[in-house]
Design a protein around this ligand. Structure first.
Ligand SMILES: [Zn+2]
Ligand SMILES: [Zn+2]
Length: 153
């Protein structure tokens, strides 16, 4: 007979507030609680995932939808950081190429993502492709010189 769990109704963990004891028990006999997320959705959460201790990785602090949304936002923040670095690098590379490459290349967007933002098809990061060409790239298409070569063959 599993022991009666401590009443946690009304406690809050991140976006969740414990509202009701669930019928469900883990194989070890631990209780599950129904929690209400600030977005209005409910989530059934095992007792041991409801904790204020920071060290625990399995802590649950929002419903499944909010958790998924938060992790997606985390990913896009990371992508933004990477994109910023890519653009800074491209600016630096292009500064070194001033006078060595056609001037119009240096007016192209810096990266694939910037080309998309500006509604353009080509960009120039100032880097060489795997074949060693220094050339603008086409979004989705890669190095323009490689593309020309492939066409000829
Ligand atoms: Zn939610
Ligand atoms: Zn190439």
């Amino acid at each position: 007979m599993p022991r009666k769990p401590r009443n946690r109704i009304g406690e809050s963990y991140g976006q969740l507030t414990v509202i009701e004891l669930s019928e469900r028990r883990s194989t070890a006999g631990n209780a599950y609680w129904w929690c209400l997320c600030t977005c209005g959705r409910k989530r059934e959460v095992p007792s041991d995932s409801l904790s204020h201790k920071k060290r625990s990785k399995k802590n649950i602090t929002e419903c499944r939808d909010c958790a998924q949304k938060l992790s997606r936002e985390g990913v896009s923040r990371k992508n933004n950081r990477e994109e910023q670095l890519r653009r800074q690098k491209a600016i630096k590379n292009r500064a070194e190429l001033l006078g060595k490459v056609p001037e119009n290349w240096l007016k192209l967007p810096l990266t694939d993502a910037e080309a998309r933002e500006l509604g353009q098809k080509k960009f120039f990061r100032g880097i060489r492709c795997l074949k060693g060409h220094l050339s603008p790239y086409r979004i989705n298409g890669g190095c323009l010189k490689c593309a020309q070569k492939n066409k000829k063959n």
